[in-house]
Design a binder for this molecule. Structure first.
Ligand SMILES: [Mn+2]
Length: 437
């Protein structure tokens, strides 16, 4: 027998990839995991008739010749499928893998690995279908597109590539319906999810860890609840932290679940949760600890983050060190000539002790010119209430300032002295990635 499998606890991208693998290997039997994410389960139920997914039970006593694996490359995520077989994945002769978890190490020996760092695994499958000139059924295109949306966060995750967009285009050309995708993705349908949402929100803790804005929540449940991932997504949407960790202590089966989400490349939740035996993506990962933790665990966990996280970029690393300042007693005429000489539209003003006292701009000077006051000192026309950063101001604080205030450059101050300046352009260069230290 030849089979197609995904990973345990199938998600939408996994289901979509399995469906598409069925077109690449039409005579293979698709085997489903016993576990599926709630949103994936909805899709499995709704499309039961057009999905020919089989239980792993049918493998009992069968000899498996070839296996196609999608959306994972690790043994422990496929072991479940071999429960009924008398051997493991590493005993199978022909293994072909299509997987986008390029950061994971492939421990399935001798496998033919098709690995591409795309936002969704579905996009890898679509590329293979296009190469082979295979067309697909509109319903299957919709299911695949749903997986693609899920794993790219509707194209908003940083891992999204141009191939994900192209693959989405191709799926739509095959008849995929975006309006159905939207319905299938919609989280928080069930009352229980809304309850959990409120429990998590009530326990939300905000921590600034090495300049990163991290949210944490520790909750205790009697038994495992489905649909928590969707709740986590919702909270990411609403709160928009750099990262969010939900710790769920579950009495029944004595276990603790840690779910991690990140929206910036610097915080790799997959690496951070590896310590607890976790697995997943750099942006979404989870770990299961086989004991019930009490709320004090959150302190241990924060300590772990403090030791392992990459510090956020701060004003100190973004700023331009060379700063032109002018003395508060200089005249407006001096200041106008000085600004022209340094090609700036404004600069910080300092007192005799080199301490920052204000900012003077060409606009302030022109007010003085209109009042024929060009011999007046800078200090009588400068802005005295000014925005400043300190060396440790985080990118998030810098972003907030540039988003909310119409200011082009902001002095960085240590002990009242100007040590640098962060300009709008410095910030734009940073978010474009050209200035990431
Ligand atoms: Mn995936």
């Amino acid at each position: 027998m030849n089979i197609i499998i995904g990973h345990s606890n199938m998600d939408l991208d996994c289901v979509g990839s399995m469906v598409l693998a069925g077109y690449l290997y039409p005579d293979y039997v698709v085997i489903k995991s016993r576990l599926a994410h709630p949103v994936a389960r909805n899709v499995l139920n709704l499309y039961k008739n057009s999905l020919n997914f089989n239980s792993p039970r049918i493998l009992k006593g069968e000899y498996i010749n070839s296996v196609v694996i999608v959306d994972t490359r690790t043994t422990n995520r496929v072991n479940e499928y071999f429960e009924f077989a008398e051997y493991t994945i590493n005993d199978v002769e022909n293994v072909t893998i299509f997987d986008h978890h390029t950061a994971d190490c492939c421990d399935i020996h001798g496998a033919d690995l098709h690995s591409e760092a795309l936002g969704s695994n579905v996009a890898i499958m679509v590329r293979k279908l296009i190469e082979k000139g295979i067309t697909i059924d509109p319903t299957h295109a919709t299911i695949a597109l749903t997986g693609l949306y899920a794993d790219t966060g509707s194209f908003e995750f940083e891992t999204t590539t141009s191939h994900d967009f192209s693959a989405a285009g191709w799926l739509i050309s095959q008849g995929a319906q975006v309006k159905i995708v939207r319905k299938l993705l919609k989280p928080l349908k069930e009352e229980a999810q809304i309850d959990i949402f409120h429990i998590i929100m009530n326990k939300l803790e905000v921590k600034k860890i090495l300049g990163n804005y991290v949210l944490l929540s520790f909750i205790e449940l009697e038994k495992q609840q489905s649909g928590i991932n969707a709740v986590v997504e919702k909270i990411m949407d609403i709160e928009s932290p750099d990262a969010f960790f939900l710790i769920v202590s579950i009495k029944k089966g004595s276990q603790t679940l840690i779910i991690g989400r990140s929206q910036i490349e610097r915080i790799n939740v997959n690496t951070l949760l590896k310590t607890y035996g976790g697995g997943g993506h750099s942006m979404a990962s989870s770990a299961k600890i086989k004991e019930v933790k009490d709320p004090s665990f959150i302190d241990d966990f924060v300590w772990h983050l403090r030791c392992s996280m990459i510090p956020s970029i701060s004003a100190g690393s973004l700023m331009t060190h060379e700063v032109y300042t002018i003395n508060e007693d200089a005249t407006l005429l001096d200041a106008s000539m000085y600004l022209e000489q340094i090609h700036h539209t404004g600069c910080p003003v300092v007192n005799r002790d080199e301490e920052l006292v204000g900012v003077i701009t060409l606009r302030d000077i022109s007010k003085g010119r209109m009042a024929e006051q060009m011999q007046s000192p800078v200090k009588s026309y400068m802005a005295k209430k000014i925005e400043t950063f300190n060396i440790d101001s985080t990118v998030r604080e810098i972003e907030n300032t540039f988003f909310s205030k119409n200011i082009g450059h902001i002095p960085v101050v240590t002990n009242k002295k100007v040590v640098g300046i962060v300009t709008r352009q410095d910030f734009l260069d940073h978010i474009n990635g050209s200035n990431i230290a």
